[in-house]
Design a protein around this ligand. Structure first.
Ligand code: CMC
Length: 444
């Protein structure tokens, strides 16, 4: 018997099965041979929320939640945040290696070359109500891009795939900024290809307009802010098989084009449990209002009345390494924008929570969202833009994961199984013989 295996005894039949273990997993399909009777379908696993199911093998992002480690292609996130740029990281994700200076030059030039969007896209944006949520506009216009680049359907061609990567990385900031400009009734600002990636985005967002809520109206011209935003983009570029990335893989497993698949991934990101938590942190900090209210707030959390937003993570059971980097950048941003007073409440909340047994025993630490909203707000981004700011860099991760899944011979169209618990077969009842039923979740 191989040591790298597990033996399962089916107590219904007394039969034992030896299943190979590879990379700490067994293949779910190996369970199918375990049958109570010859007609039996075979054993399946039940795993809502994919709590313990690896849906793919990946070589892109590594997370060790217990140790607080996050690496892209083996490079620690804090080193990338310190030494790299977002475009370099996007290249690293896609290509698997950091670019040489010549490769970086060509990649950066290519991204700049693709920043414009077709003029007709502006008409789409004009069709939205003035108060439309920018994320709704982003999701729709990314999907619409598929109709402008029909050749993108040719997903088996590596060259075509590469061009869509250039296009999407380049155009997401333009779409995002245009969505924002529409929501504030301001004329669109075209991309300026002389500017860096984050710098260009800030310019398209805020040119000719004081950033809403910014503590220092002219701060968006500061290179420190552009660098801080670039770092935030690095931190959000990928996070392995989270909800939006899994959506990307699932939708594109039907060979859907990358624009429509990215729209689906962005739709998943839109949800408050995924890309919307930093907004909830801001609401919470405002509600607390003053450091003197923190003990009372924490007591409510411990009584289970509410959650401390921005704390806890499904994977990280120690300090989220991204939160550490963001905390460092918060101070640098505030030197330019002025200090966002919410940071004092956040710091004190963190100090008290990290000394409290409720949080210690449950391994609840600040996650990426605890400080990011405070920085975005200080930079002048309205809270509606927070999920959009997440979607821009995550596009690099979504597309890299998409490409990896297409190149993986193990992958198939995603099609989970279910445990059917509904009624058994029964005859159709004519409408005049039906009686109202108490247990029906009616729609009338
Ligand atoms: N505040 C207070 N208690 C908490 C919190 C929190 N933020 N998070 C978890 N707990 C408690 C929870 O009540 C449970 O306690 P008990 O064992 O007494 O029932 C215990 O900790 C374990 O929590 P869980 O709900 O089983 O953990 P989970 O892995 O299902 O949830 C989470 C992870 C992120 C949804 C959750 O921690 C949470 O809701 N946090 C606040 C929202 C938030 O900040 N979300 C952003 C996540 S990071 C963004 C990203 O990477 O996409």
């Amino acid at each position: 018997m191989s040591k790298d295996s597990v033996t399962i005894t089916d107590n219904r039949t007394g039969q034992s099965y030896e299943l190979p273990i590879e990379h700490g997993t067994i293949r779910a399909l190996d369970l199918r041979q375990i049958k109570a009777t010859a007609e039996d379908f075979g054993l399946m696993t039940y795993d809502p929320g994919y709590m313990n199911t690896a849906s793919c093998r990946s070589r892109i992002t590594f997370i060790d939640g217990d140790k607080g480690i996050l690496e892209y292609r083996g490079y620690p996130i804090d080193e990338l945040a310190e030494h790299s740029s977002f475009l370099e990281v996007a290249y690293l994700l896609w290509a698997g290696e950091l670019p040489t200076s010549d490769e970086l030059e060509r990649w950066t030039h290519g991204v700049r070359y693709h920043t414009m969007i077709h003029e007709s896209i502006k008409k789409f944006l004009d069709g939205f109500r003035h108060d439309a949520h920018p994320m709704g506009m982003l999701v729709s216009t990314v999907a619409a891009l598929a109709t402008f680049y029909p050749e993108a359907k040719n997903i088996q061609d590596p060259e075509t795939r590469k061009i869509q990567f250039y296009r999407l990385i380049s155009k997401m900031p333009t779409l995002a900024a245009f969505a924002y400009r529409h929501s504030v009734g301001m004329p669109f600002v075209y991309p300026d290809n002389n500017l860096g990636y984050a710098e260009n985005f800030l310019n398209m967002m805020f040119h000719g307009r004081e950033p809403v809520g910014s503590l220092n109206p002219n701060s968006h011209h500061s290179p420190i802010l552009a660098r801080a935003l670039d770092v935030l983009f690095i931190l959000h570029a990928d996070h392995e098989q989270n909800c939006s990335t899994s959506s990307m893989r699932m939708v594109s497993s039907a060979f859907t084009d990358p624009y429509t698949s990215v729209a689906a991934a962005a739709a998943a990101l839109y949800g408050p449990l995924h890309g919307g938590a930093n907004e909830a942190v801001l609401r919470m900090l405002r509600e607390i209002g003053d450091v003197k209210h923190i003990p009372e707030f924490i007591a409510g959390v411990k009584r289970g009345e509410r959650k401390l937003m921005g704390f806890g993570h499904r994977v990280y059971k120690s300090y989220d390494p991204r939160a550490k980097v963001i905390k460092y950048w918060a101070d640098r941003v505030f030197e330019v924008t002025g200090r966002n007073p919410l940071i004092d409440i956040a710091l004190e909340l963190e100090r008290i929570a990290l000394a409290d047994d409720y949080f210690i025993s449950r391994k609840l630490y600040p996650n990426v969202d605890f400080y990011s909203g405070i920085i975005y707000e200080a930079m002048g981004f309205p809270t509606d833009m927070f999920p959009v700011l997440f979607a821009i860099p995550r596009t690099a991760g979504w597309l890299t994961q998409w490409r990896e899944s297409l190149e993986d011979p193990d992958q198939k169209i995603a099609r989970p199984r279910q445990i059917y618990l509904g009624p058994g077969k029964r005859p159709f009842i004519p409408v005049d013989q039906r009686v109202p039923s108490d247990h029906v979740n009616g729609i009338v």
